[in-house]
Design a binder for this molecule. Structure first.
Ligand code: MG
Length: 170
């Protein structure tokens, strides 16, 4: 059984993952509007990955006998001043999520919940990857500047990202 505190914290993280999905879909819509279809594709893949993260928490809470509570998801930001600003916002968001995952891991230790601690290891590694991917993109965008052929080359590259569906349960 999950402790009440752990249950609530996992349920809150489920909501945060679905908010992440929603935020990245908002960024996809922004890029569509800018004619940057590769970046829109990249963000749509990100949207699907975040839904899987949310589902991982859903499944884990259910496996531990907890009741999943779906809370309201806030309205994400609609516009960004530039593609670079959007990716900087994505990076800040992922760093915030990493902080939350670390706080969950701290809580699992203080609650002596070894199973939750083990489950969170996947997310800890995933956050390292998430941050590294966005750091690399921010670096590229800073290098090419706000417009020009460099931006379109990056956009074309980002169009190649495909969603890898891990199947049931994520
Ligand atoms: Mg996530």
């Amino acid at each position: 059984m999950l402790t009440e505190r752990m249950h609530k914290a996992l349920n809150d993280q489920l909501q945060a993952e679905f908010f992440s999905a929603y935020l990245y879909l908002a960024m996809a819509a922004y890029f569509e509007d800018q004619g940057l279809v590769g970046m829109a594709n990249w963000m749509t893949v990100q949207f699907r990955e975040e839904q899987l993260h949310g589902l991982k928490f859903y499944r884990y809470i259910a496996e531990r006998g907890g009741r999943v509570e779906l809370e309201a998801i806030g309205k994400p930001q609609r516009d960004w001043p530039s593609p670079l600003a959007a990716f900087e916002a994505a990076l800040a968001h992922e760093r915030m999520i990493s902080g939350r995952i670390n706080a969950l891991a701290d809580l699992s230790i203080s609650e002596k919940d070894h199973a939750t601690h083990a489950m969170l290891q996947w997310f800890i590694s995933e956050q390292v990857e998430e941050e590294a991917n966005v750091v690399a993109l921010v670096g590229k965008l800073r290098m090419v500047g706000a417009q020009g052929p460099g931006l379109f080359m990056i956009d074309r590259e980002m169009g190649a990202r495909a969603f890898a569906d891990p199947g049931r349960g994520g």
